[in-house]
Design a protein around this ligand. Structure first.
Ligand code: HEC
Length: 165
């Protein structure tokens, strides 16, 4: 290991004098190995969770929202009635649909909405819109856009999915 570090030192990564300081005792190597395995496992779990979120967001948007209900109403809605694509364009043309296209550009870019000052969405303003019908510029959205009882998790999943498009 020291030999390899010395080679890096020659390549200019370290000063040769620094190489002396990184000599690792034999037991320490196992600890380092264990630590790097733990870090790698953490990264895999993180990626897996991110993937799960994206999938959940896509499911809600395109196929229906299991267990969803409208704000102020406890009864579950039929899944097919809750899919966002029922009203929102899944494609790119904002003009062709009843409701605007929802994607990273539409949500994250600063532009005026419903006569308000220019605004953009982030995860929490999307949640506020979904729950209360209030957009990032504090303009009330028409009732044609339903208000939902949405959990933080589902909201995060929708945000991840929408800005991935
Ligand atoms: C029943 C039809 C309908 C459904 C279902 C629906 N929307 Fe909407 N949504 C609308 C309409 C109509 C608008 C535009 C209102 C306006 O500005 O006049 C809108 C606007 C929005 C906006 C604001 C966009 C902007 O630029 O400010 C977001 C975000 C949004 N919807 C998210 C969703 C999500 C996420 C879902 C699914 C969970 C969903 N909508 C389901 C009809 C719907």
């Amino acid at each position: 290991m020291i030999e390899r570090l010395k080679r890096y030192a020659v390549a200019g990564w370290y000063k040769p004098s620094q190489v002396q300081d990184v000599r690792v005792p034999a037991g320490g190597r196992w600890i380092l190995l264990l630590l790097s395995l733990l870090l790698a496992a953490g990264a895999v779990v993180q990626q897996w969770r991110e993937h799960q979120r994206l999938q959940r967001g896509q499911l809600i948007y395109q196929q229906g929202w299991p267990g969803a209900n409208l704000a102020g109403d406890d009864s579950s809605l039929p899944e097919l009635a809750t899919r966002c694509v029922n009203c929102h364009d899944a494609g790119s043309s904002a003009q062709s649909a009843f409701a605007p296209a929802l994607n990273a550009a539409a949500l994250r870019q600063l532009h005026p909405r419903r006569g308000g000052p220019p605004s953009r969405y982030d995860e929490s303003s999307l949640c506020k819109l979904l729950r209360e019908g209030v957009d990032p510029a504090w303009v009330q959205i028409p009732r044609a856009m339903p208000r939902y009882n949405v959990s933080d998790e589902d909201c995060a999943a929708l945000w991840r999915y929408l800005v991935s498009r």
